[in-house]
Design a protein. Sequence first.
Length: 315
Amino acid sequence: MVTLVTGGAGFIGSHLVEELLSQGREVVVLDDLSTGKIENLPESDNLTFIEGSITDRELLVNLFDSYRFDTVFHLAAIASVFKSVEEPVETHRVNFDGTLYLLEEAKRAGVNKFVFASSAAVYGDLPELPKREDMPVKPLTPYGVDKYASERYVVNSFSLYGLKATALRFFNVYGERQDPSSPYSGVISIFINRTIRYLNGEKISIDIYGDGKQTRDFIYVKDVVNAILIAENDERTNREVFNVGTGKETSLLQIIETLKEIAGSVPPVRFLPPREGDIKHSVADIRKLKQLGFSPSYTLKEGLERTFNWEKAKT
Ligand code: NAD
Ligand code: UD1
């Protein structure tokens, strides 16, 4: 049996691949390298990398004919909310059509399990906190709308076609290999990158949009991988949607404080006007996943420390 990871050369996908390989599993990665990098993937005889797009139907048909996949972990997406706003048609093709094509192939091939990476973006800016899976959703961007539509197709595949399928709503994921290069990259990757450049003598600031009191539910990538594996293995996840977070709210100012403890010092902070459409607070209710044994293993300080040390070792 072989396992397919779409988007496996990306930030979260590469951590999942690493874990699967460490368990001795045979893995195929399908990635078009639009944001992923081949260097993110480990060298292994058990790993096959296929460069291509989830929107290429012929390629998908050949791929599912060539391998007998046990599980499909579908993480490939245009993960930038900003890009989805700028280019809704192209992102829809990848984030929605691509998911539907993969579901069709998974169904046709009779795979054992389909796990889909959705997002907390489906909740939008409805004020009630913490976010529970059964709350109303109000996605505000093409990215959020496509994730929501996709997750409905994914979980409905169980009752409609008997495909065992689960959707996971990731909150703010951070960790090694997250790309800090765009202003719309994850805030922790940007803050760590800037801190290291500052320590290396660059004149640079940390920019905070707003007062820094906005909060997010930041989850370390290895805890996300654990959640993904629970979704794969626990039959109770079929047809269900789960939040993947820590259940803890952390402000940007707290992140900077913790980074200071780890790094010794941080760049000067510049406060800029809040970003258009920014949500003030976001935190997950994770009781549903906890009932299946999930519990985040890394504290924020541990996760930040590991990410910081990894980034520092690169310079
Ligand atoms: P990422 O950009 O590092 O990974 C996405 C991967 O998909 C990349 O390797 C990219 O090259 C690949 N890809 C993009 N379009 C493709 C296509 N058409 N065909 C094949 N491969 C394609 O981002 P990430 O943070 O690792 O995100 C992984 C998944 O998790 C995405 O579905 C994203 O929407 C979701 N997610 C991430 C976060 C987060 O905080 N990072 C939060 C919520 C949801
Ligand atoms: C994140 C995800 C998005 C997901 C959403 C769901 C990333 C890159 N984005 O968006 O995919 O849909 O969670 O909850 O992971 N900020 C600064 N300075 C910076 C960069 C950011 O102050 O240099 C601020 C932002 O304005 C925001 C906060 O930090 O208030 C978090 O930003 P970001 O990491 O981009 O994540 P979200 O906007 O929460």
